[in-house]
Write a protein that binds this ligand. Structure first.
Ligand SMILES: [Zn+2]
Ligand SMILES: [Zn+2]
Length: 434
């Protein structure tokens, strides 16, 4: 049997679960990325901006929310997001364990407004005053993104000069943002002007819309403060708030007042519980008691079947809704669907056992053991009858040895021959080699 065929046999019985993924145009082409992976890669794209965990976590939520609210913005080009500041800058090669921890600590949490993902814009430095989204992008409905003083970020002054240009401010906000202007007679928003100059010069000359102008012979001098469109989360302000001891919820509430933070639009928040052997994350500790008890009870059974203990203390996440559970698929850790979704007798028990088996296999797996083999082993440990390919392998090489490949990596002989088509599947390895 070829490697591919064996993989297919094992995969065919693996449970297929929907997961929230996005398509992103990267240098190597359009790639598909699970939501949580995109969050981590975008956090890495904001490298250096954050030294504190609280600001990094706030940013993880903003990134995740932005993706959720804006997916499909490049649909006409055949993908969801580009990999530039137009959407979000992703740097998968720069991902560190800090980025992963920040994403995990806020896993699947987004900002909601009126039951929908909020518009979680962010920028580098607001210059002491955030700007209203509706004024920067006319037509945007987001009352939580209003012009508002930010007493944390301080000033970030800049100046620029443009020769031979006639620019006139038509409307300025109370907080000093240029909202409408005439550029050589053409009416545009301050933000559109910023982009226009950037495109023309190839430089970030007009860094924000908080600027004043004065004319000198033959040139126009701009003096401004801040960097970026000024809407939503101010990164420098968020970092300073974190330094002052604010947690990520407080930071997000400051920049997106009136939104709800949570895994669901009802704003359910994760709570962390410790049991004897598990770290459990739940949004409803009282309701989830039964699941937690089951997991604690079945953990030794999972280790017994796998023949190895958990390498690290397993973390188990219990989701309050089917949608939030589906969004978790493809991310690290152990995940369980809401308790209400298990109606058949013993369904809950077998789902818990399956997830624990997946956890013990994954926690012991050699990095080079292929995923299809790991999944096959999990299914085999749940119920050998569902995985004939694995049954054949264990008859041929011995159950213990086949299971050891999870930890040691798959030897080439595991691919050799055609175990499924053998007339004497009971023959042992020794006979096989003669
Ligand atoms: Zn884009
Ligand atoms: Zn600010």
């Amino acid at each position: 049997m070829t490697r591919r065929l064996l993989a297919l046999t094992l995969l065919a019985v693996a449970s297929a679960t929907a997961q929230r993924t996005y398509t992103v145009r990267m240098a190597q082409g359009v790639v598909r990325m699970p939501a949580e992976e995109l969050t981590v890669a975008a956090l890495a794209g904001e490298h250096g901006a954050f030294q504190r965990d609280a600001s990094l976590r706030a940013m993880a939520v903003a990134i995740r929310t932005f993706a959720r609210a804006h997916s499909g913005r490049h649909a006409r080009e055949g993908f969801d997001f580009c990999n530039t500041t137009h959407c979000q800058v992703l740097r998968p090669q720069r991902i560190t364990s800090r980025h992963r921890r920040a994403a995990l600590a806020t896993a699947h949490e987004i900002l909601w407004w009126r039951g929908k993902p909020a518009l979680a814009y962010y920028h580098r430095h607001c210059g002491g005053m955030t700007e209203s989204a509706a004024k920067v992008w006319p037509g945007t409905v987001a009352p939580y993104l209003a012009e508002k003083a930010d007493s944390y970020c301080g000033r970030e002054a800049w100046s620029a000069e443009l020769p031979g240009r006639t620019v006139e401010v038509v409307e300025r906000s109370p907080g000093g943002h240029v909202r409408w202007m005439l550029d050589d007679g053409q009416r545009m928003t301050g933000d559109a002007f910023r982009y226009l100059i950037g495109r023309e010069s190839g430089l970030n000359l007009i860094r924000s819309t908080r600027f004043t102008m004065r004319t000198e012979p033959g040139r126009l001098i701009f003096e401004g403060n801040g960097s970026g469109h000024g809407v939503g989360l101010c990164q420098v302000g968020a970092e300073k708030r974190a330094r002052a001891g604010h947690d990520y919820r407080t930071i997000l509430a400051a920049y997106f007042p009136g939104t709800t933070l949570g895994v669901t639009s009802e704003g359910l928040a994760w709570q962390r519980l410790e049991t004897a052997r598990l770290e459990v994350w739940t949004t409803r500790p009282a309701l989830d008691q039964v699941l937690i008890g089951q997991a604690e009870k079945l953990l030794p059974e999972a280790e017994r079947r796998a023949g190895v203990p958990f390498v690290a203390r397993p973390g188990l996440r219990l989701y309050p809704t089917a949608a939030s559970f589906e969004a978790s698929q493809g991310t690290t850790g152990l995940h369980l669907a809401p308790r209400e979704s298990f109606t058949a007798p013993l369904a809950l028990e077998s789902a818990v056992l399956r997830e624990l088996l997946r956890g013990v296999v994954e926690s012991n797996a050699h990095p080079e053991t292929p995923q299809w083999f790991r999944d096959g082993v999990v299914n085999y440990l749940v119920d050998p009858r569902t995985v004939p390919g694995m049954v054949t392998l264990s008859r041929r090489f011995g159950r213990k040895r086949v299971l050891s490949w999870v930890k040691l990596g798959l030897p080439s002989e595991a691919y050799a021959g055609n175990p499924a088509g053998q007339s004497h599947p009971g023959r042992n390895t020794h006979q096989q080699r003669q």
